[in-house]
Design a binder for this molecule. Structure first.
Ligand SMILES: [Mg+2]
Length: 187
């Protein structure tokens, strides 16, 4: 679908958006990484519309010694290959490995990783969108100047999303609905 070329990059949270969240725990290995229904197809649709897809995710389990770098890389390969099989491409992944008490500037709700990725890609975050399932995603996206889309496949219920201040630019049932909405926008 031809579209306005301004939306060149879309930032996407991982757990709860691309794959199922683990209740009270971490996605530690590829065995824990369960891709949500229709996600590879939705990501491929977006990537084939000309958007670069960049995953931005907090992975404090790394800083806590619960997730190895090798495991994070193996999960990346599994995710990349699922999207590639559907005909799309994830351009990059950015992970914050720090624990909450490290007080880094990259753990969402801080916008550090979004700003870093924007610099790396040479884009203005104001011309991008952040898709996430948690309030911290919406706050990080806002802080960086992105438009925000909340999906309801993770941490946030429809009732909680409806009363968020400031409101996300869009609330979508899942990533498929988020992508369908994005591709109709003129930004
Ligand atoms: Mg999440």
């Amino acid at each position: 679908m031809p579209r306005d070329k301004r939306l060149r990059v879309v930032f996407i949270d991982r757990d709860g958006v691309i794959n199922r969240n683990i209740d009270n725990g971490y996605v530690r290995t590829t065995d824990d990484f369960e891709i949500l229904p229709n996600v590879p197809e939705a990501l491929s649709k977006l990537s084939n519309a000309g958007c670069q897809l960049v995953v931005i995710s907090n992975q404090a389990g790394v800083g806590k010694g619960l997730i190895t770098k090798e495991s994070l890389d193996a999960i990346d390969r599994m995710m990349f290959s699922a999207v590639a099989k559907a005909g799309g491409k994830i351009a990059a992944t950015y992970y914050c490995p720090h624990r909450p008490d490290d007080n880094c500037d990259c753990r969402k709700p801080a916008p550090g990783l979004i700003l870093q990725a924007s610099r790396d890609l040479g884009i203005d975050p104001k011309e991008t969108v952040f898709i996430g399932d948690a309030v911290s995603d919406m706050l990080a996206g806002r802080a960086a100047g992105c438009k925000t889309v909340m999906v309801l496949t993770g941490k946030t219920t429809a009732d909680d999303a409806a009363v968020l201040e400031p409101a996300p630019d869009y609330i979508a049932a899942d990533l498929t609905a988020a992508v369908d909405w994005l591709l109709l926008q003129s930004f």
